[in-house]
Design a protein around this ligand. Structure first.
Ligand SMILES: Cc1cc2nc3c(=O)[nH]c(=O)nc-3n(C[C@H](O)[C@H](O)[C@H](O)COP(=O)(O)OP(=O)(O)OC[C@H]3O[C@@H](n4cnc5c(N)ncnc54)[C@H](O)[C@@H]3O)c2cc1C
Length: 309
């Protein structure tokens, strides 16, 4: 049994910690923010590869996570449901690079006007308000601990898994990591079952993700913006655009406004750094797809540790 210290209690840290504990390792998690306070808790969260690179590794991690989420959706307490939805496009486009990761991918024969193209597939929707506490409890049931600690630097432990998200800018001195601000509006649920995405504008991604008790409507993708406060004007724009895509949203009651800073990087960092006898497995920079990549990355981190121990 190897002692592993995981830094970070977002979806990446918790998923890595669960996989490592399942593999028989002695796991401790330390984090400045506990699971429901993290960026991960703001995620919509739809399985959808977005703002994460490189394409080949992202497709493989996404496919692995898809299978895991589809299995976990059989357990109601996880807060996961597989729902059909559509991505709408203003111009005809080839299949997206990640389509092989989705079992039920199909082109839309007649996209609703004004859209010219689109595709539809079944995708896991992960209600993070339910899922993160479930993951936390699953981890503790495996004998691992989660402790709050704001670290000034990575600790001097023999084996660390660094899942600190945007925090790796300081902890790993990695300035290729930058925030991509995402603002969302949470509406009351009124019976919407399908999700919708309009990804035609890189600065103003629009999406509507129904969960059991509410609907997450987004959003923005503001590169380099550190502002964590919701903006009222932006919220109005988000709702107006979403209503053009899903007219049934008009008049739905607003429950909350939220902002999260996606940990964006030219490529996800998943590698081993050796410092003398110490090993640091870095796993951060998942951009707009940390939930989508979580189980695939957690399995790779665990394999790396198990095969190099
Ligand atoms: C509006 C919005 C919508 C999104 N929608 C989706 C979606 O639909 N699907 C999807 O897959 N993804 C989505 N994402 C992206 C997803 O939320 C992120 O990719 C994911 O949360 C990254 O997870 P993480 O665990 O790496 O980081 P985080 O959740 O940020 O967790 C980082 C952890 O590291 C800890 N940490 C950092 N610094 C320190 C330190 N110095 N000391 C101790 N601990 C530290 C933090 O406290 C925290 O516990 C969305 C993001 C936003 C903002």
């Amino acid at each position: 049994m190897t002692k592993v210290l995981v830094v970070g209690a977002g979806v990446i840290g918790l998923s890595c910690a669960v996989r490592l504990a399942e593999a028989g390792h002695d796991v401790q998690v330390v984090a400045r923010d506990l699971p429901t306070e993290t960026t991960s808790s703001v995620a919509a969260a739809l399985w959808y590869p977005y703002l994460a690179f490189p394409q080949e590794r992202v497709t493989a991690w996404s496919a692995a996570s898809y299978k895991e989420f589809a299995d976990l959706a059989e357990i109601p307490e996880t807060g996961i449901r597989v729902r059909r939805g559509s991505e709408l496009l203003k111009d005809p486009q080839p299949d997206p690079w990640w389509s092989s990761a989705v079992p039920s991918f199909e082109r839309l024969p007649a996209p609703p006007p004004p859209y010219a193209d689109g595709w539809s597939f079944e995708s896991p929707v992960i209600d993070m308000a339910v899922y993160l506490p479930w993951l936390h409890a699953r981890l503790e049931s495996l004998g691992a601990t989660v402790t709050r600690h704001d670290l000034p630097a990575l600790p001097d432990a023999p084996l660390i898994v660094n899942c600190s998200g945007l925090g790796a800018r300081d902890l790993a001195a990695d300035h290729s990591l930058t925030p991509v601000r995402g603002q969302v509006v949470v509406l009351e649920q009124f019976g919407l079952n399908e999700w919708w995405i309009d990804d035609n504008d890189p600065e103003r991604l629009s999406y509507v993700v129904p969960r059991t008790h509410d609907i997450v409507v987004g959003g923005t993708a503001q590169h380099g913006d550190w502002n964590r406060d919701p903006d009222a004007g932006t919220a109005q724009t988000i709702l107006a655009r979403a209503e053009r895509m899903v007219p049934a949203l008009a008049g739905a009651r607003v429950l909350r406004h939220k902002v999260g800073l996606r940990p964006a990087r030219p490529t996800v960092r998943l590698d081993v750094e050796r410092l003398g006898d110490r090993r640091i497995v870095h796993c951060y920079g998942h951009g707009g797809a940390g939930v989508t990549l979580s189980w695939g990355c957690a399995t790779e981190v665990t394999n790396l540790i198990t095969t190099t121990t």
